[in-house]
Structures are given as structure tokens and as C-alpha cells.
Design a protein around this ligand. Structure first.
Ligand SMILES: Nc1ncnc2c1ncn2[C@@H]1O[C@H](COP(=O)(O)OP(=O)(O)O)[C@@H](O)[C@H]1O
Ligand SMILES: N[C@@H](CCC(=O)OP(=O)(O)O)C(=O)O
Length: 374
């Protein structure tokens, strides 16, 4: 088996910690448990794995801080509790990571942030910048602005969308059960654990029940998240966050919990997603040198290779790259809007700042966001 599929050689992991797990019997945060996960996350990072954390717990901590008896039913009060509790959640992670000299960054996202093309690229660049500097992003849903229609509804989905965004190879969902069982262990204690399945396996959803009292998604959203993560080639592991050294052991390739596998490897899947799911908004005409570089070396498209810009598009939208005879060569997510692209075409990347007045990306389209037309 490919090493990167088996834990030890894996490069980028999104680890999601659920509400049911992070609370101490429903009363605020379980700081001892947070300490343990942080120690493991630092050890993964030291082992060369880029780590991004998606953590729930804001509402649970807010409920405790506000002295409420239980999670309020009204959405606006849940949002208020989340705003209060997020302070404690971030404080807990920040202080634990600081013991190891590791910086953390608070990132609050909504679904809208990741479906809007410009914000998608911005979120991607910021998160990639953070992990590149060995900072651990601690992501949560932006509950203050996420309304019922807009919100992720659960952080499992958020974890999967972040895995898509960053091209992560693994999404780990830590929860309060050993993994996905053939039936909800709360109602059927002896239901066997599923060790491995394809994320798309249609039998899985029938096994999943709803959430416990604290979480929102239950197993249904974890399976849906695994399917979403698989679209960009990430495998998902659902495991118990109470299992000693669970993250470290997973990184060593130990089989713990439930593995839900994608059909395709990350890069192939991401490119298929790019090619198939987005509508092209404009066109870049590229010169013969750029055609060769794209086709033969798989490199990024630089402004210097662009000879004309057709149509109107925003940063982050899909554009088609054609050669000077109009034949399609590739398509990809463009780093500049059509007005900026027209200003910097045929220019070297070093000149972008002088022309636009700010430092943007060196590439017109980064190679990770570019798909060659067959
Ligand atoms: N088939 C299943 N296997 C395991 N757990 C299940 C299953 N169906 C439903 N569940 C429930 O899902 C819960 C975990 O989901 P949830 O409460 O949303 O957790 P989290 O807050 O970690 O996301 C478990 O406590 C369990 O009772
Ligand atoms: N943003 C909320 C999300 C909670 C949530 O959906 O939790 P989970 O059951 O872990 O998917 C919080 O931090 O409390």
C-alpha cells in the first residue's frame, strides 16, 4: 500500500474534535483531554505532518460560562453562547500549544466563505501560509454570522470542506465513539465496529443515527463529510478521542476506528473536481512558450505567458486558457480579476507590485489550481 495512504508518510491532516468529546460531562471544556490532543498534534507536526485543527466546543463552553442549564434551543442564543465560549476554547488551545512554543491562529469560517470563489482562494492562501509557518490554525464555524440556512450545521462538514480547500490527504474526526458501528451503540451496545469501507458505500448511511445531546451531527454528518472529503481524494478516519495517543498511533499507521476511503488519489481527485464542478467565466490567451511549460513541465501559469484577457471574471473564478489559435489548453482558478489580469499580462511577476500597487500572487494560475485539457 502507498505509504501516504497508510499514515506514516502523510503530509497534511485536518483533525476535527467534536462537541460530544471536548466537553467534560457536558460542563465546559475537558482541559485535560485538550492537553493530551495538543501534545499529540505537536508530535505529529514534529514528525513532518502539517496539522490543521477544526474544533467544536464554543457553544458547550458558552453554556457553562453563562450558567445555563443546557444548550439553548433558540439559534440566536446558541450563537451568543458560541461567541462567549469561543474565547475559552481558543484560550485553552493557545495556552496548551504555547507550552511547546507552537503558535495557534483562530480562524472562523462560514459555508459562504468557501463557496465564494474569491474568499475560497483567500482562505486557502491564508491557511497555507499559516501551516507553512508551523502555526496550527484552530478553525470553528463562525456562529455569530452563520444563520440557519448558511451555517454548516455541523463541524464535520466544515472539516471536510477544509480538507478539500487545502488538498489534505487525511481528515480525522475524533468523537466519543470508537468509530462507525453497524448501529448506534447508544441503542445497540454490541453493534460491531466498521474498520474500513469506501466512503461512497451506500450501506453506510443506513447504519448511522443522529447525535448525542451535545453534538449536532451524529454519524450521518460524519459519513457525509467523509464523502465530501473523498471528492478531493482525502481519506477519513473516525475514531475515539479518548483512545490513548490516538493521533500518534494513527500517524504510525495503526488501524484504529473506522477508515472511509476515497476512490482517487488527492491530486487526481482535486483536478477532476476543478474540471467538472466549476463553470468557466473568461479566457486567457497564452503564448507558445506558456503552452509548452504547462503541457510539458506541469508548472504554474505566470502573467508573462499571457498575451490577452477575454471576458470579465473575479479572482478565484475558473478561466479557460487557450493558445493563440483559440484551442483550449487548460482551465484553472485565476488569482487576479480580469481588470488586474489585463494590466499585468506579458509582465514578469516581479513587476506586479509596481503595476497594481500591492503584492499579489506570483502566478496567474497556480499549478495546483490548473487542469490540462486532455
Ligand atoms: N452507527 C453509529 N456508530 C457510532 N455512533 C453512532 C452511530 N449512529 C449514531 N451514533 C451517535 O453519534 C454520536 C456522535 O456524534 P455527535 O454527538 O454529533 O458527536 P460530535 O460532537 O463528536 O460530532 C455518538 O455518540 C453516537 O451515539
Ligand atoms: N461551532 C459550534 C459547532 C458545534 C458542532 O456542530 O459540533 P459537532 O457536533 O462537533 O459537529 C461550537 O463550537 O459549539
Amino acid at each position: 500500500m502507498n505509504k501516504s495512504r497508510d499514515g506514516a508518510g502523510t503530509r497534511r491532516w485536518v483533525v476535527k474534535i467534536g462537541s460530544s468529546l471536548i466537553t467534560n460531562n457536558g460542563t465546559g471544556l475537558d482541559r485535560d483531554a485538550i492537553e493530551k490532543w495538543v501534545r499529540q498534534l505537536v508530535s505529529l507536526q514534529q514528525g513532518g505532518i502539517e496539522v490543521v485543527l477544526v474544533s467544536s466546543g464554543a457553544v458547550a463552553e458558552g453554556v457553562k460560562r453563562l450558567g445555563l442549564k443546557k444548550r439553548p434551543r433558540e439559534i440566536h442564543l446558541q450563537q451568543a453562547a458560541a461567541a462567549v465560549g469561543q474565547m475559552g476554547l481558543i484560550q485553552a488551545y493557545e495556552s496548551c500549544f504555547q507550552q511547546y512554543g507552537v503558535h495557534t491562529a483562530q480562524v472562523l469560517l462560514t459555508h459562504d466563505d468557501l463557496s465564494n470563489r474569491r474568499r475560497y482562494l483567500n482562505a486557502r492562501s491564508t491557511l497555507a501560509g499559516l501551516v507553512g509557518m508551523q502555526v496550527v490554525p484552530v478553525i470553528n464555524e463562525n456562529d455569530t454570522v452563520a444563520t440557519a440556512e448558511l451555517c454548516f450545521g455541523d463541524n464535520d462538514t466544515l472539516g471536510a470542506l477544509v480538507a478539500n480547500l487545502l488538498g489534505a490527504d487525511t481528515l480525522i474526526i475524533l468523537t466519543d465513539q470508537q468509530g462507525l458501528h453497524e448501529a448506534d451503540p447508544r441503542t445497540q451496545a454490541d453493534a460491531p465496529l466498521i474498520a474500513e469501507a469506501m466512503a461512497e458505500d451506500s450501506r453506510l448511511l443506513a447504519m448511522a443515527g443522529g447525535s448525542g445531546s451535545l453534538g449536532r451531527g451524529g454519524m450521518i454528518t460524519k459519513i457525509t463529510a467523509a464523502r465530501l472529503a473523498a471528492r478531493s481524494g482525502a481519506r477519513t478516519i473516525i475514531a475515539s478521542g479518548r483512545e490513548p495517543d490516538v493521533l500518534v498511533r494513527l500517524a504510525q499507521g495503526e488501524s484504529i476506528g473506522t477508515r472511509l476511503l476515497p476512490e482517487k488519489q488527492p491530486m487526481a481527485a482535486r483536478k477532476q473536481w476543478l474540471a467538472g464542478h466549476l463553470k468557466a467565466k473568461g479566457q486567457l490567451v497564452i503564448d507558445a512558450g506558456a503552452v509548452t511549460v504547462l503541457r510539458e513541465s506541469g508548472r504554474s501559469l505566470l502573467p508573462v505567458g499571457v498575451s490577452a484577457v477575454n471576458g470579465q471574471f473575479d479572482r478565484g473564478e475558473m478561466v479557460v486558457c487557450v493558445d493563440e489559435s483559440g484551442q483550449e489548453i487548460a482551465r484553472g482558478l485565476v488569482n487576479y480579476d480580469s481588470r488586474e489580469a489585463s494590466q499585468i499580462l506579458r509582465q514578469s511577476s516581479r513587476q506586479i507590485e509596481g503595476i497594481l500597487g500591492y503584492v499579489g500572487d506570483a502566478e496567474m494560475i497556480h499549478r495546483d489550481n490548473l487542469v490540462l485539457t486532455e
